[in-house]
Design a protein. Structure first.
Length: 254
């Protein structure tokens, strides 16, 4: 069952504080002109160093240990870990992406639940669309956040692993609203305030030199090539090593 808040009183003009649309941002759909030209990365970029392999091994070992010992954690330990997360990320920024790639953004206290996000999205919709049910979800992998699910309804944004920031997709029951060529059905006042998405930095010709730790912001370019050691290996283990290695190359200092 999807979310369908009660319809507004006819003739009433809600204020921004009543609708929850205050202090939110609307980003226009990205255009091809906004996409930077991505230069070719040299083969040396995909050749891992000894440090890269050690870091990948350490990360995988830490994850394995955490999964192995998670059931053995005492309740007090788990609660302390959750409190540390709340203290570190007291707020959660949520971007809701519509089918035309328009994005609606607002920051919530991490202690709020997913119903607050539904209420915000509903209040941002045009009046003729408000009666239409919708679902917020993530993909991939697909993960739906239904307020009718008691397990989801009672969890905070932090407990849902949405902190410190996440992108949620919206799907309406009326399929005509889910087409990519249909503009996001947001209030005209919000659409009038829409701004362009920040343009990501473009690659320079010498953006990456062998042995440097400058991160790459192009997953597409990374996926075009594979390191030689990945081509020689097979199986999930090798793929997992590669994914961890790419993550470490993109996030220096972590």
């Amino acid at each position: 069952m999807s979310h369908s808040p009660s319809p507004p009183v006819p003739g009433a003009v809600p204020s921004s504080s009543e609708t929850g649309t205050s202090q939110c941002k609307v980003f226009k759909p990205p255009t091809s002109a906004m996409s930077p030209h991505l230069g070719e990365l040299p083969d040396s970029f995909f050749t891992p160093t000894a440090e890269d392999l050690k870091a990948a091994q350490a990360t995988l070992s830490a994850r394995t240990q955490a999964l192995t010992h998670a059931p053995l954690q005492l309740r007090a330990t788990r609660e302390a870990a959750e409190k540390a997360k709340r203290d570190r990320w007291p707020n959660t920024t949520i971007r809701v992406r519509f089918s035309d790639r328009t994005q609606l953004e607002k920051t919530f206290p991490s202690t709020e639940n997913i119903k607050s996000v539904y209420t915000f999205v509903h209040s941002s919709l045009r009046d003729d669309v408000k009666p239409v049910d919708f679902i917020l979800y993530q993909s991939p992998p697909k993960r739906e956040f239904r307020v009718s699910d008691p397990k989801i309804r009672g969890m905070t944004l932090a407990e849902l692993q949405l902190s410190p920031s996440s992108i949620l997709l919206v799907r309406f029951e009326n399929e005509s609203l889910n087409r990519s060529n249909v503009p996001a059905p947001l209030l005209p006042t919000l659409m009038a305030q829409a701004i362009d998405l920040p343009t990501p930095p473009a690659f320079g010709e010498n953006a990456r030199t062998p042995g440097s730790t400058t991160p790459s912001n192009s997953k597409a370019t990374l996926d075009k090539k594979a390191p030689k050691w990945l081509k020689l290996g097979r199986g999930e283990c090798t793929t997992s090593y590669y994914a961890t290695w790419v993550h470490n190359r993109q996030s220096p200092g972590k």
